[in-house]
Write a protein of this length. Sequence first.
Length: 102
Amino acid sequence: MTESELQEQVRLMCAQLGLYHYHPHDSRRSESGWLDSTIIHKRTGNIIFAELKSDTGQLTGEQRAVTYMHHAAGRTALLWRPADLHTIGPALADFKRTGHWR
């Protein structure tokens, strides 16, 4: 599964659950290192940031730095790969139900 295919699966899951999902369509015009998906719980405003990679894709230095900044600020920043799909759906459903990331 490519990163684009994984991104589409995450987008669809968020749409089905009623979670706000943002993905920049052209990352070449975005700040370097910004993570692929921003997911917001519409009631609580809690946010998940996720970088999506193929099975072999690696984080860039900038992506590592942005992930660190999110963690340092107490935000959730995740790395998702195709192998994680079986856990992403249930975790997003739990996020929708509770308003909090586990």
